[in-house]
Design a protein around this ligand. Structure first.
Ligand code: BG6
Length: 501
């Protein structure tokens, strides 16, 4: 998606708030070590973990060591002297002043020309206070005359819990930072196959002419998971639900990449402006009835040895939080008017897979003895499937004549598998995104107005769910495809949800 491989060319400090948290150990540190293994750091890089509890740098490194893959231990040993821990104690203004002097001291005489990335791997409730404290300690100002001394902040999701909180957070961030300094993360944008959607669309001219309501009948975006509330996430999830946890961010991003107009370039402003246009054209649901007709929410029940959602740790016994949501959405613009976008995500489904299915219209007249009218409700001769995970690849289906004297038609598939053409692992999304943030490339991050536009849509669903008379979440058995009611979103003869086959 971006023109050149990203590398770090100026001395940099990566300052991670939430050093003891799960994300730091599971994702951030391994991503930094992986980047070091790829020799992406062409200039000195220091990693400073910040958290409340007192701990020595040595003790932090010892805690991190088990997270490092055996094959990377040699590089970890090289990096380790540059990995430090800083206790922020009571988070007082003095504690932040102290952090500032510690960072300057670690940078040595070069401290005037070191770039600093503050990665807030924190609970969302702490974002605002942390930014405020960093600003008050004078740590967020950069110097336009010394571009190496940049200051940037990475904010983890969830960015707010609705439109109002996202707007408030944006206002607060902009009091202390320019938009170019703010990197709102969505790890889906760091996935290779997600980036490839744009490459596929805009580097192959053959698809663009058919990429509109004239030829596309519907688009499906499914992100299905088999996991339930793993690693003690029940409490967080019960306050969020699938709509906030997955739809507002990951599914909205996938939708934008499929539906956006060609940007004038791949720079951050051009790409994000086009994405915002899609989100603005995405019709918010007009009233509760509109939501009830077009959105199905579900909650998994015990089955096959797995407990039900309500029995999960941290989940309240009478919770109505949705572990599944399916949406029939509309984009009101010239390209997509009249084309339903089917969005679906859920926990404890039959299979873990994420894919985008573009279903093209059936031919206007059937000259051969093609599929029966019953089949045509299911079968679309031409579909283009972007498999995002696992078994990453792209598939195009079409109809061929089965050899023989009759006229029997069969569906055939042209396929491309990433692993065949590109054996070996792709960078983890966090490695890609961290390096981009350090390099000042914001294309794969969410702009403030983009987050707000996505919340506007998600909130319109929540209003319907909170209205009097709203149907409760539909139960579905764990390990199945989700509630059958979601099939009705296809309104009879417009196809069916994919099965990830
Ligand atoms: C996270 C959600 O953002 O994405 C999780 O909070 C979800 O609930 C995860 O499981 C899915 O990410 P991936 O990369 O495993 O598809």
């Amino acid at each position: 998606m971006l023109s050149a491989p990203v590398s770090v060319q100026v001395p940099t400090q990566i300052v991670i708030f939430g050093a003891s948290g799960d994300l730091t150990g599971r994702k951030l540190i391994p991503a930094i070590v992986e980047a070091a293994c790829r020799r992406a750091f062409l200039a000195p890089v220091q990693v400073i973990g910040v958290d409340l509890r007192p701990l020595s740098s040595e003790a932090w490194r010892t805690e991190l060591q088990p997270k490092i893959a055996a094959s990377q231990l040699r590089i970890w040993d090289e990096l380790a002297p540059n990995v430090h821990y800083h206790s922020i104690g009571d988070s007082s203004p003095e504690a932040f002043e102290h952090l500032r002097s510690h960072l300057d001291e670690l940078a040595g005489p070069e401290h005037g020309v070191v770039g600093r990335l503050f990665h807030l791997a924190l609970k969302p409730a702490l974002f605002a206070a942390t930014i405020e404290s960093l600003a008050n300690a004078g740590m967020l100002q950069d110097d336009p005359l010394r571009i190496e001394a940049w200051r940037r902040v990475v904010i983890e999701k969830p960015f707010g819990s609705d439109l109002a909180t996202a707007q408030w957070l944006n206002l607060m961030l902009r009091r202390h930072l320019r938009e170019e300094q703010i990197y709102r993360i969505d790890h889906y944008l760091g996935k290779e196959t997600v980036q490839n959607i744009l490459a596929f669309r805009f580097e192959n001219a053959i698809f663009e002419p058919i990429w509109s309501s004239q030829n596309v009948e519907s688009v499906e975006i499914s992100v299905c998971e088999t996991l339930g509330m793993a690693s003690g996430r029940g409490k967080y999830y019960d306050g969020a639900g699938a709509l906030r946890d997955m739809v507002q961010n990951h599914l909205m991003q996938l939708l934008c990449l499929v539906a956006m107009e060609p940007p004038t370039s791949l720079d951050a402003e051009a790409v994000r402006t086009e994405k915002v246009k899609v989100l603005k054209a995405l019709e918010a649901f007009a009233d509760p009835q509109d939501v009830w007709r077009n959105v199905v929410r579900g909650q998994y029940q015990a089955a096959g040895g797995d407990c039900g959602y309500l029995e999960e740790d941290g989940v309240s016994a009478d919770s109505t939080t949705e572990s599944y949501v399916a949406i029939r959405a509309r984009i009101h613009n010239w390209r997509w008017a009249g084309v339903p976008f089917f969005l679906r995500t859920g926990k404890r489904l039959h299979k873990r897979y994420s894919e985008i299915v573009v279903r093209f219209r059936v031919p206007p007249a059937d000259l051969f003895s093609g599929p029966t009218p019953a089949d045509i409700c299911r079968l679309r001769p031409n579909t283009l499937v972007f498999r995002i995970q696992p078994d990453e690849g792209i598939r195009l289906t079409f109809i061929v004549k089965q050899p023989g004297l009759g006229h029997i038609m069969r569906q055939a598939t042209l396929g491309f598998d990433y692993k065949d053409l590109f054996p070996g692992d792709s960078p983890d999304p966090y490695e890609r995104l961290l390096l981009d943030a350090v390099a000042g490339q914001a294309t794969l991050f969410i702009r403030g107005d983009e987050a707000e536009a996505a919340w506007r849509f998600a909130d319109s669903i929540r209003v319907g769910w909170n209205a009097d008379g709203a149907p409760p979440p539909v139960p579905y058995a764990s390990g199945t495809g989700g509630p059958g009611a979601a099939d009705e979103l296809f309104r009879g003869c417009e196809g069916v949800w994919g099965r990830g086959e």
